[in-house]
Design a protein around this ligand. Structure first.
Ligand code: HSE
Length: 328
């Protein structure tokens, strides 16, 4: 760690540059990556959420504006995941004396399976960290971001917040103690994402999955996780593709997604390397070897959803290695 956290316990000293406002973007993420329930995730370039944070005179946190949420998110700072995780962070560094106002601009659908709450929380935490000049490793923010996840869906999993915060492809090797490993990935991997506009809250999508699993299924699953991680290291896209199979969660959750298996067939026929549920759904994603194939798959799946009278959003991206960034 390059900075002693004690330094942050004091307001900026005279002559020390203290920012008084900041505008931050944090990316959407694809959690699970098919076979790695709760342990694998990666960040994408778009969509993502934005936070504008301003230092105010009065101690405490206010939320003055939320856009893009259709009025679904609370402005009450005690109930909003962004302000609650920022407050946890401020408490940890003994800086509850500070006054902050937050604007949250949602640029992706809520409950989409794209790590919507994680992107907002990470944007907020990255904003306050940067405002205070905290140059500790961004991974120190993970426990605070996980608090936000716990509040959003009842469980503090890290497979959205970790890639949103660190960028790239991330493995949560262990939760207790928290051990997060950044994985390499082939540069030419593209991702097609389609969000079918049906409601699948993560909290509920977690409740329907089986609590106990058969040894035979466990063997299949850990073989696939090891295969996927090996494929990432070896830059072997075929190995990545044949490893992205899930015998534990997908068979149950796919029932919540309209025409999931038909969309998979379409994507694979069009040259996808793999296809699966993004996070807890309803978004689905496919890896491809090039941008053109990713675009064609996105268009085809969206057209299919239109035909069955379901609205959708589509995104095409490479893996985002940068994570959150300051926009101004
Ligand atoms: N691993 C989590 C789940 C991700 O599948 O419930 C939620 O986006």
């Amino acid at each position: 760690m390059s900075n002693d956290i004690k330094d942050l316990k004091q307001p900026a000293k005279a002559g020390q540059k203290q920012l008084d406002s900041i505008h931050v973007f944090a990316p959407a993420t694809v959690a699970n990556v098919v076979c790695g329930f709760d342990v694998l995730g990666f960040a994408v370039n778009e969509p993502g959420d934005e936070v504008i944070m301003r230092v105010t005179d009065k101690p405490g946190i206010t939320i003055s504006k939320i856009t893009g949420d259709d009025g679904r998110l609370p402005l009450n700072p005690a109930k909003n995941t962004v302000s609650v995780s920022v407050e946890h962070y401020l408490r940890s560094i003994d800086r509850l004396d500070i006054g902050l106002d937050i604007e949250l601009h949602k640029k992706m659908p809520i409950g989409s399976g794209l790590g919507s709450s994680s992107a907002s929380t990470v944007a907020g935490l990255f904003a306050i960290k940067t405002l205070l000049g905290d140059d500790t490793d961004p991974s120190t923010l993970l426990p605070f971001a996980m608090k936000g996840e716990e509040m959003a869906c009842g469980h503090g999993h890290a497979d959205n917040v970790a890639p949103a915060l660190l960028g790239g492809f991330v493995l949560i090797r262990s939760y207790e103690p928290l051990d997060v490993v950044r994985l390499p990935h082939p540069a030419g991997l593209w991702c097609a994402i389609v969000f079918p506009d049906v409601d699948v809250p993560t909290r509920e999508a977690r409740q329907i999955i089986r609590k106990n699993i058969q040894m035979k299924d466990a063997v299949t699953q850990w073989g696939n996780i090891a295969g996927l991680v090996s494929g990432l290291f070896m830059q072997d896209i075929d190995l990545i593709g044949r490893s992205m199979k899930d015998v534990l969660v997908e068979p149950v959750r796919s029932m919540l997604i309209p025409d999931f298996y038909l969309m998979r067939e379409m994507a694979m026929e069009m040259g996808a390397v793999s296809f699966g549920i993004s996070g807890s759904g309803p978004s689905v994603f496919a890896f491809t070897r090039d941008e053109e194939t990713a675009k064609r798959i996105t268009q085809k799946l969206q057209q299919h959803l239109t035909n069955i009278k379901i609205g959708s959003n589509g995104y095409v991206s490479t893996i985002n290695d940068a994570g959150p960034r300051v926009l101004g």
